[in-house]
Design a protein around this ligand. Structure first.
Ligand SMILES: [Zn+2]
Length: 457
């Protein structure tokens, strides 16, 4: 019954499924603060600290973005033009940068021209700063207000983080720059960039309308830059071609090119900072909820849920949206709590830190690695992730669609609840699963960092 209807009303079906699948994706963004991993800096620092090519580097001089762009205007004009050509030729779903936004070395306002050319949020805070790790000393530096680092109206979740000011000419270590920059893309670089974002930049940038996520929510507009669906079934892509409108692969490629260019011209601060920006998306994609439409749910089931919705039975879809959102948050909350506890207890022998600090085999990074290896591994782990969540996390949090995890008191007690219901076996299994994801994050990070550093003079 489903197939003939689909064939008869193909176009109608397609537009409806866009709406319903869009709502499904939207769900993970409806929650107030769905990142892939909470505070990337905390999980990336232990990895970088075991890489002598990062951790043992001598301090470098801070430089503002305006200084870098002014000093390198001509080289950047060529680099960005070459990069744009490459993206147009090699990324089949790339949304070309409008020609009028090409970086112009002879222009008046070079900083704005650069920001437009790389199509980031013009309000993003690109001033130099350092995010301190828990317990790290301010060394007399001025503490920055969260609003000097992040663009959001609500900044409550930044309360526990400490940012300090650094100025042009100050000396900082590469690892400090890299760890801080790693969170920048979650602080506003990708906010408001779509035609329907109701921003000036969104109207200029050529990314079209936002394919999924909620354009009305401040945080939601970054979703298609931080999630990438590359490995869903072909039938799903045919029914919902908008699933292709995701851009982390483009970001990763562009920031790698910028980082290599900055290193090759002696602007090491921006070499590390751009590398950190690229690393953020490498981290995000390792989380299955950022690489997979519905972890643990088959394509057939996903389409059936949407079909029922179109036939006037929306409950299954409403439930699916709630569960998707709840599970995404559960994984993040579990990671955040376990990571913070390990830092607080100096428990660097935990499974989590072992996974983050062990020398992994380092894959040579190529132009396909992000999609074909990083995103694929994450997609392939999605069934196991869903299965573990169902087995080892209390039902209320992951299998009860009448329960809203976001903002609940239960989510803060997740570790305690796992222990109460599933004993140590529950905690061990969930911790080992998290460690598996962290091991991928570790290997991916090393691969991307080394991929850039092999070009460093
Ligand atoms: Zn992100």
């Amino acid at each position: 019954m489903f197939i003939p209807t689909f064939l008869k009303h193909k176009n109608k079906f397609k537009s409806q499924i866009k709406v319903t699948l869009g709502a499904l994706l939207c769900s993970s963004m409806l929650v107030s603060n769905a990142n892939a991993w909470s505070e990337h800096s905390l999980i990336t620092y232990p990895i970088l600290n075991t890489m002598p090519e990062v951790a043992a580097q001598a301090p470098i001089k801070v430089e503002t973005l305006a200084e870098f762009v002014t000093a390198e205007a001509h080289g950047l004009e060529t680099l960005l033009a070459t990069n744009e050509d490459w993206l147009r030729q090699n990324f089949p779903y790339y949304k070309p940068r409008p020609d009028a936004l090409a970086f112009d070395a002879a222009g008046q306002d070079l900083l704005t021209s650069f920001i437009h050319a790389i199509r980031i949020n013009p309000n993003a805070r690109v001033n130099p700063y350092i995010q301190l790790l828990p317990g790290q000393d301010k060394q007399g530096r001025r503490r920055l207000d969260a609003s000097e680092v992040a663009v959001f109206t609500h900044l409550d979740n930044y309360n526990s983080m400490t940012f300090v000011e650094v100025k042009s000419g100050d000396l900082v270590t590469p690892i400090e720059v890299l760890v801080s920059a790693n969170d920048d893309p979650d602080n506003g670089l990708d906010i408001g960039l779509f035609a329907d974002s109701n921003t000036d930049a969104g109207k200029l940038y050529g990314f079209g309308n936002q394919a999924f996520g909620n354009p009305a929510l401040e945080y939601g507009t970054q979703a298609p830059f931080h999630m990438g669906f590359y490995h869903e079934s072909s039938v799903l892509f045919r029914l919902a071609p908008f699933l292709r409108d995701t851009f982390p692969d483009f970001r990763v490629h562009m920031y790698k090119a910028l980082s290599e260019y900055a290193f090759s011209t002696g602007h090491d601060y921006w070499g590390w900072r751009f590398m950190g920006w690229g690393l953020h998306y490498v981290g995000d994609i390792a989380q299955s909820y950022h690489s997979t439409l519905q972890p643990g749910v088959s394509t057939a089931s996903s389409i059936w849920t949407n079909t029922k919705d179109m036939m006037g039975f929306p409950q299954a879809k409403i439930d699916a949206i709630q569960l998707l959102s709840n599970r995404h948050l559960v994984l993040e909350a579990f990671q955040a709590i376990v990571t913070k506890q390990a830092y607080e207890n100096n428990d660097f022998s935990s499974a989590l830190f072992k996974a983050l600090t062990q020398e992994t085999a380092v894959l040579e990074y190529t132009d396909n690695t992000f999609v074909e290896v990083f995103a694929k591994n994450s997609y392939d782990k999605s069934d196991k992730l869903a299965d573990y969540l169902e087995r080892w996390v209390p039902e209320q949090l992951v299998s009860d669609p009448s329960f809203e995890v976001d903002g609940s008191k239960e989510i803060k007690m997740i570790v305690q609840m796992i222990r109460e219901q599933h004993g140590e076996a529950g905690m061990t299994n969930m911790t080992n699963l998290l460690a598996e994801f962290m091991l991928d994050h570790n290997a991916n990070t090393r691969s991307y960092v080394r991929g850039i550093l092999t070009h460093k003079p």
